[in-house]
Structures are given as structure tokens and as C-alpha cells.
Design a binder for this molecule. Sequence first.
Ligand code: SF4
Length: 109
Amino acid sequence: MYAGRTSELGPVAQVLNRPRAPYTAGLLASLPQDGVRRRRRLPALPGTPPTPGAPPPGCAFAPRCPLAVDVCRTEEPEPRTVDGRLVACHRAEQVPADTATLFGEGRPA
Ligand code: SF4
């Protein structure tokens, strides 16, 4: 869930192994990859969450999403079935399999 709306809903293993919502991918990319070390910052999603009760128009995640395009800023994505789960994202099919590339190095421009 992001800003009170479901981003992705499906079988746990499917969602964790191959997220189709950029927010899910971002959460997974924020996990420590090589164990937790002291004095090392965990990767974080860029930007800040929307003000509760006053999300931006379109997709609430658009200001933080590296895959956002014009439609994302004007039309709120409705949940739809993608790859066996419900995903509320206009570009679910473009979420890369390697979640680290979406929010880390090599992320799309
Ligand atoms: S609808 Fe657009 S802005 Fe929202 S998560 Fe999907 S790609 Fe990103």
C-alpha cells in the first residue's frame, strides 16, 4: 500500500520474487543486500511521501517513481491483473526484474 491505496496484491512469493509495482520494487530495493552493518545507511526511496489526505493528482507515487510518465500525473491507475496479481500501475509491464536497477545505479532516465 502507498498513500492509503493498494499498489500490488497477490501471492507473496510472486510479489516478492517479481514485483510489478514500482513501489513494491522500491521497498525491496531498500532491503540490506549484504547484511546489516553499523554506520551504513540503508538505500532509501527518493523524495517524500505525500501529505496524508492530500495526495497529488494521478498516481500518488508519481513524484517518486522513476518510471512515471505523463499519464501517471493525471490519471490514477486502477488495479488490474498483471502476471497473476493485482497491480495499480500504468507501467507494470515495464518494471524491470532486477529491482535494484529501478532505484539504484543504471535506473531508467
Ligand atoms: S502509475 Fe506511473 S507513477 Fe505510478 S507507480 Fe506506475 S509507473 Fe510509477
